[in-house]
Ligand binder design. Structure first.
Ligand code: MIG
Length: 745
């Protein structure tokens, strides 16, 4: 018997309860438990159940979105659309193993699961989630490794006319099999906890991803200047080395906004300290950097060196803020500083303390915090992380063993850092970069994909990684451009930079002991091309900022698989080497050496080659030339794209904005402008301008309209592409609102 309760229902068999709760019309949660009480402490979720319209019979619940049928004896669930067609059904449930088997019937592809190495379509593969310092444990990224730095137990099943998402809300080590063991079976399970998952249904993949982000949150709106180019290295190990790079960038006129200090800036690898010999007069250095318009990001690892008079160790020890071993002693592992202890971020007071530790750094003018090693990595154990029987305490003083907390350790650290900096600097957006993450981490931090290598394979496989991260709610992402491990080279760095232009986080970083890979390191020929592409990035910053805004509103990914916009084109279901950057720009990176040509799939419609402005018909494969200075990029007809003038760093305001109209279809674009730095936008301090293309029989009308005017609006220069004979034309305008009529025949 299905019994209605508050915001849902429950059903019971001899030894189990099944709780059914709604979060939206099309989002339902299923929890199997031994008790009638529903666990309500999720680390990823930001929503609570709500009351929705529904009816029930003995064994069926009907909402406006679906029908849920439940088998009385086994509590197995089938979900059908309103007409009764099966969308998903359970084959078996093994609650003692936290395992559920679902049938695979119509799904053409499975996607999601965050950062994984391999093809974008997960159908026929299996994987597991256990945050791992890949380099520490296995070495180079490759498809034999299943567990990366992040755990995002979310996947979608896709076909032309239907789609669903499943978020398994379980922080233990989890396992997923997408039809590898048996073609028609999808299994997921966990080493502990409950079977507790959310089912999101919609015909359209976009709505399913939105549903997932509705549950777990969207990325915060980043600072606009952090969408510029970042230059890092393990390590710029003294003031001179860092200042050399800072000056060289400006001298070469290569735009750059953010510089990094890796672990060698610390005194004996003690977090929240600075080595005053290598970095004497740090404050002066910060002033010089600021004058040159740089922002500095420094690394902070979670491991705290054991040293009696070191303030961080002392404070944490006195207040019992560290993770303990199974016998109740503080657990001591090993990281860079030797013997080290680990903050127990599970507790709010520990997070608060950690957050406050940033004050001195923020007061010095440091603007970005980079959290590495937060799986957490531990050199002293075979598992390369702290033992699973170490003990955390939660806010109710309940003990939780590390196997339950491991996968959210990075999330909790991001939370601590984010909230800490927010309290120190309530009016400024922060930049936090994390390696380890869980579902929900997107609310606090950007993510880079950890220790890749300077190989073509690692460049190639970064693309499906981004795509599945995007599907899993993560937009502010990127990889070490040029590759981290091993020596990079001019060609690889050039191709990687071309790709990096189209990743929201655009950072060149490399390992100690490898050759330097700053843009000028491989000679003039490469330097010039790399510079041209970093400049392209700076031209696109307003476009990218708008995408990040859209993403922060609804969870729309910035890097999108083609099927995100062309779901009914099956040709797009297995494309690993192209992506849409927003709806309008199709990016087709070159992923192998000495490539003179590559094949490109253009989805339906008409596309403009970005370089020649020639129009090409879509829904077909084409072959294009790819000399070293060209990455094929296509602009969808009907696109309206704002472009900035190049400058050496990202400015708060631009005097002039070039608006490019690619004629072909009716379309509109909403340009969003704010100060790119504060939270004033939340109080309505922003502007919004709508641009429109209206095609008529023999003419086209181009218009702008100010929808909101609370932030200075620049002058617009209008560029129109696709006029008669493929011509472009240009107008300089002094008006915010305009309307231009052009004859097209
Ligand atoms: O590899 O802090 O992924 O970006 O440069 C050892 C030193 C530890 C791993 C990070 C890498 C960083 C490095 N760290």
């Amino acid at each position: 018997m299905i019994t209605p309760i508050n915001n849902g229902y429950f059903m019971k068999n001899d030894d189990l309860f099944l709780h059914i709760n709604f979060y939206k019309d099309n989002i339902v949660r299923f929890t199997y438990s031994k008790t009638i009480d529903l666990r309500n402490s999720s680390y990823a979720l930001i929503r609570s159940p709500v009351k929705i319209d529904s009816k029930h019979t003995n064994n069926t619940i009907t909402t406006n979105s679906f029908k849920i049928k439940i088998h009385k004896k086994t509590l197995k669930v089938s979900i059908c659309d309103k007409l009764g067609n099966i969308i998903s059904s359970d084959k078996d449930i093994y609650t003692n193993q936290n395992k559920i088997i679902k049938s695979i019937s119509w799904e053409k592809g499975f996607y999601g699961m965050g950062e994984k190495y391999g093809h974008i379509n997960l159908k026929g593969t299996k994987t597991s989630n256990w945050n791992t310092d890949v380099l520490g444990k296995y070495g180079i990224h490759n498809s034999a490794i299943k567990e990366y730095h992040t755990s995002i137990p979310f996947y979608i099943g896709l076909d032309k006319d239907k789609c669903y998402g499943v978020y398994f809300d379980n922080t233990y080590k989890t396992f997923f099999d997408f039809g590898k063991n048996k073609e028609d079976e999808l299994t997921f399970s966990a080493e502990g906890g409950d079977i507790d998952y959310y089912f999101i249904y919609d015909n359209n993949i976009q709505k399913v991803i939105e549903g997932y982000c509705f549950l777990t949150g969207t990325n915060t709106l980043p600072r606009k200047d952090f969408l510029g180019y970042h230059q890092s290295r393990y390590s710029y190990s003294n003031k001179d080395e860092l200042m050399y790079v800072a000056k060289k960038m400006r001298k070469e006129k290569i735009p750059c906004d953010v510089l990094y200090l890796d672990i060698d800036y610390m005194k004996d690898y003690k977090v929240f300290t600075i080595d005053s010999e290598k970095f004497c007069e740090f404050r002066d250095m910060m002033i010089s950097l600021k004058k040159m318009n740089y922002k500095l990001t420094v690394i902070i690892d979670p491991g705290i060196k054991v040293e009696e008079n070191y303030h961080v160790y002392k404070q944490g020890k006195e207040q019992e803020f560290f993770i303990k071993d199974s016998l109740g002693e503080v657990y001591i592992g090993k990281v860079w500083g030797g013997d080290s202890v680990f903050p127990d971020f599970l507790r709010e007071n520990v997070r608060k303390w950690w957050g406050e530790l940033h004050k001195e750094f923020i007061d010095l003018g440091i603007e970005g915090i980079w959290n590495d090693m937060n799986e957490p990595a531990d050199f002293s154990t075979k598992s390369k992380t702290i033992p699973i029987d170490t003990v955390h305490l939660d806010d109710k003083d309940d003990k939780k063993t590390h196997d339950e907390i491991h996968n959210i350790y990075g999330l909790l650290q991001s939370m601590a850092t984010y909230e800490g900096i927010r309290n120190i600097n309530p009016d400024k957006r922060s930049f936090i970069l994390t390696r380890a993450a869980f579902a929900g981490s997107q609310r606090y931090s950007a993510l880079w994909t950890g220790d890749n290598a300077s190989t073509w394979e690692n460049l190639q496989y970064s693309i499906p990684m981004y795509l599945n991260l995007g599907i899993s709610g993560y937009s502010f992402i990127g990889s070490d451009v040029g590759g981290f491990l091993e020596d990079s080279n001019g060609e690889l760095l050039t191709r990687w930079t071309q790709l990096g232009v189209f990743t929201p986080l655009f950072r060149n970083h490399s390992d100690k002991g490898t050759v330097n890979q700053e843009p000028w390191c491989f000679g003039e020929k490469y330097k010039n091309i790399i510079k041209k592409y970093i400049e392209l990035r700076y031209k696109l910053v307003t476009y990218i900022y708008n995408l990040m805004k859209e993403s922060s509103n609804t969870g729309k990914p910035v890097i999108r698989p083609l099927f995100y916009h062309y779901q009914n084109d099956e040709n797009t279901y297995n494309i690993n080497d192209q992506f849409l950057f927003g709806e309008n720009i199709l990016v087709c990176p070159v992923i192998s050496p000495k490539t003179k040509k590559r094949m490109v799939y253009l989805p339906k419609g008409e596309w403009y080659c970005f370089w020649t402005k020639r129009k090409i018909k879509g829904k077909r494969y084409i072959t294009v030339d790819t000399p070293l200075d060209i990455i094929p990029i296509y602009i969808k007809s009907g696109s309206i794209i704002p472009m900035n003038r190049v400058c050496q760093y990202i400015k708060k305001d631009y005097q002039i904005l070039d608006i490019h109209f690619y004629l072909g279809t009716n379309n509109s674009y909403n340009l969003y402008l704010d100060d790119g730095l504060s939270f004033k936008y939340k109080k309505g301090i922003y502007s919004q301008i709508e641009f429109k293309i209206r095609q008529e029989k023999d003419r086209v009308i181009i218009k702008s309209k100010v929808l909101k005017n609370k932030y200075p609006i620049p002058k617009f220069n209008v560029h129109i592409h696709g006029l008669r004979n493929n011509k472009s034309s240009k107008f300089s305008l002094d008006k915010k609102e305009f309307s231009i009529i052009l004859k097209t025949r």
